[in-house]
Design a protein around this ligand. Structure first.
Ligand SMILES: CC(C)(COP(=O)(O)OP(=O)(O)OC[C@H]1O[C@@H](n2cnc3c(N)ncnc32)[C@H](O)[C@@H]1OP(=O)(O)O)[C@@H](O)C(=O)NCCC(=O)NCCS
Length: 248
């Protein structure tokens, strides 16, 4: 017999079909002890092929007990040091974001996992990525967030492309539980760009393309753009002056 929770989940999944969730239905909160069984099942009960398809080397996973103790310590430590956030859809936990490796006041590598497959490809990550990055930037004083996505993970690559996160090149990686020698696409997000993503999400009616283009320019290119605009304004002013002189 289906439990009330199963019924609730089925209703949520049905309601999501074909509809893009509104920004406020996807939220984030800090990892709690009650989430640990979800994470344990995700990493230790998923078929090895699932993990390998994501570029994970199952042999690099720590022993289960050590994994759980590590998470417990994180939950009991201060929130200011916690690098794991739970993704909620209508207040129901569906996945997590982590940032690791992490160098405080500098950069971190971002990860995303929706553990309940029923909630994948429903538009949730398109909202949770910007929200989680916003939190991590402030919590750890980061200058940039990197995404190193194995090239075979087309779904995860598509999320970054859809959000317009800057692709900066390919790299062979093997950090953490990622299989050594994995070819990854690297994307980068600055704090300024992260704020832009939030603006874009919360105010989709405003055309922010020009702002995004400006953010992607180097300082020299921005100066050149300003100079061009200034020259144009001066030319127009001069032309107006000449016309007035001729008409007198
Ligand atoms: C990758 C993941 C976090 C994306 O989250 P999501 O909520 O499913 O993503 P969204 O629904 O917001 O999708 C955003 C875009 O990516 C596309 N996309 C998502 N998953 C996809 C997949 N498996 N294959 C192809 N495209 C995919 C969506 O179609 C959408 O693009 P569109 O609007 O042009 O159609 C999620 O699917 C997941 O947890 N996957 C398993 C774990 C994983 O691979 N994590 C990344 C490790 S690097």
């Amino acid at each position: 017999m289906a439990s009330p929770l199963d019924d609730k989940i089925e209703k949520m999944v049905t309601a999501l079909k074909g509809a893009v969730p509104s920004v406020d239905r996807v939220s984030l909160r800090d990892l709690r002890e009650e989430d640990i069984p979800h994470l344990r099942r995700y990493w230790f009960d998923s078929p090895p092929e699932y993990l390998e398809a994501m570029g994970v080397d199952p042999k690099k996973l720590p022993p289960q007990e050590k994994f759980e103790i590590g998470l417990l310590e994180k939950c009991r430590g201060p929130s200011s040091k916690l690098n794991a956030l739970i993704i909620l859809f209508d207040d129901h936990p569906v996945g997590f974001h982590t940032i690791n490796p992490l160098v405080e006041d500098d950069y971190g590598i971002f990860h995303a996992h929706i553990w309940d497959s029923q909630f994948r490809r429903k538009g949730i990550a398109s909202i949770s990525y910007p929200k989680a990055c916003w939190i991590f930037f402030r919590r750890f004083g980061l200058k940039r967030i990197l995404f190193k996505t194995p090239t075979q993970n087309t779904g995860s690559i598509r999320v970054k492309e859809k959000l317009g996160i800057r692709y900066i090149g390919d790299e062979t990686v093997g950090f953490g539980i990622v299989k050594d020698g994995t070819l990854a696409k690297v994307f980068e997000l600055t704090r300024e760009e992260s704020d832009f993503l939030i603006e874009q999400m919360e105010h989709p009616e405003v055309d922010l393309n020009q702002i995004q283009r400006n953010l992607s320019l180097s300082v020299d290119e921005r100066l050149y753009e300003h100079q061009k605009a200034l020259n144009l304004a001066l030319d127009l002013q001069e032309a107006g002056k000449k016309m007035r002189e001729q008409s007198q």
